[in-house]
Design a protein around this ligand. Structure first.
Ligand code: HEM
Length: 360
């Protein structure tokens, strides 16, 4: 076998295609057209980000394909969670990587900034595919910037290859993580029954009653301690209950996915729901990590270029600050607003269905 001979021996460099990889930054100090150490650093940081974006894309595609089925096998849930946890850790790593970028001074950046022309991280198609895989929709985008429109333009100008564009189109037309997650949640057994309208509605109405009861307690407590008067507090409490009703019963139809989500979040002690709970936690964790990654990028940008326009043509920091309001898994965030402490909600019926044995 060739692998046994010294010639066929696998080396670290061969396995990682190290020479190819290290030639992709251009030369440093070799001739007059070579890069300064600052520009080399700028390129290395960007390329490192893009490598991690590649991995996040792969993890997300794996997670989506595992969830994109009518019946997700229980043993697959921990696998999905592990894909998502890896994404979170990558985003956390990337959020701290901006610190390395900040070792570049604004003046050192300005020295080569003109060479970037109109190129910008805005054109990172890998970040766009991550956003699309997660479920960010074009209509949710703000700041008058539509990266997919821009990508199509680049493609028509021959600046983006067919294979990149095909991949973006494939991802845009497929289900997102948010789509498959909501479908999976809609099958959650609530009080022992899956997809049962009557049981779901009863659970939702019970929950709304608990919110109301708890709201009354909050009002009398606030009034009692002199922290506010009833006229001011009651409308806020009532508005919270009304929006919970709209959320759980849109157009007076029970949303199975949202009811399932509320059930999982309300009864965190039920053993059968521990992996579904971890799944939800891992999605929230991932979105939070991505948000912090975006947020640290903006602060780094502000430090680097102040309030000037971006090379990609946006308003710069103002535009980037607006992107911090993006939320993809809106239902997972919204349900938190309507949770009621465990002692104030009724116990689930059929606890044994969830492997829970009461001590009483
Ligand atoms: C000196 C360092 C950097 C500066 C001054 C900077 C500045 C900016 C600005 C102003 C924008 C808004 C779009 C525009 O008009 O250009 C932007 C977007 C972006 N940048 Fe950076 N950036 C820097 C480094 C990086 C690095 C290292 C990455 C890693 C890949 C990156 C990724 C992105 C991404 C993905 C966007 C698009 C954000 C969105 O539209 O949601 N940036 N950057």
């Amino acid at each position: 076998m060739s692998g046994d001979s010294p010639k066929g021996r696998m080396t670290y460099g061969n396995y990682l295609k190290l020479e190819d990889l290290l030639s992709l930054q251009g030369g440093y100090n070799e001739d007059k057209s070579s890069l300064s150490n600052h520009e080399m650093h700028f390129i290395v940081v960007h390329q490192a980000f893009e490598l991690w974006f590649k991995q996040v894309n792969i993890e997300l595609e794996c997670a989506i394909s595992l969830l994109d089925t009518e019946e997700v096998e229980e043993k697959q849930i921990p696998v999905v969670v592990s894909h998502l946890e890896r994404c979170s850790e990558i985003f956390r790593l990337l959020a701290s990587q901006w610190k390395v970028m900040e070792t570049l001074s604004p003046q050192d950046f300005l020295a080569f900034r003109d060479r970037l022309g109109t190129s910008s991280g805005f054109e990172s198609w890998q970040l766009r595919s991550i956003e699309t895989l997660l479920g960010l929709k074009s209509e949710q985008r703000i700041g008058g910037m539509d990266p997919m429109e821009h990508n199509r333009k680049l493609h028509s100008e021959g600046k983006l290859s067919d294979s990149v564009m095909d991949n973006l189109n494939r991802i845009s037309s497929g289900p997102s993580l948010n789509d498959v997650l909501m479908r999976w949640l809609s099958r959650t057994p609530v009080n022992g029954f899956s997809g049962n309208e009557k049981v779901m509605r009863e659970f939702v109405e019970n929950h709304l009653s608990s919110m109301k009861k708890h709201g009354e307690e909050v009002i009398s407590h606030i009034v009692k301690i002199g922290h506010g008067n009833e006229d001011k507090v009651r409308p806020r409490i009532n508005a919270g209950i009304a929006s919970a009703r709209d959320f759980l019963l849109p157009n007076n139809e029970v949303s199975f996915a949202r009811a399932g989500l509320l059930f999982i979040e309300s009864y965190r002690e039920l053993p059968l729901l521990s992996w579904p709970r971890r799944m939800i936690d891992s999605v929230v964790d991932m979105e939070e990590a991505m948000l912090l990654f975006r947020s640290h990028h903006v602060r780094m940008v502000e430090r680097m270029i102040g309030r000037r326009m971006g090379t990609g043509g946006s308003s710069g920091v103002d535009y980037l600050d607006k992107t911090l309001s993006y939320r993809i898994f809106t239902d997972l965030w919204a349900v938190r607003t309507m949770l009621v402490k465990r002692d104030s909600i009724t116990d689930p019926t059929n606890p044994e269905f969830y492997g829970y044995v009461s001590s009483q």
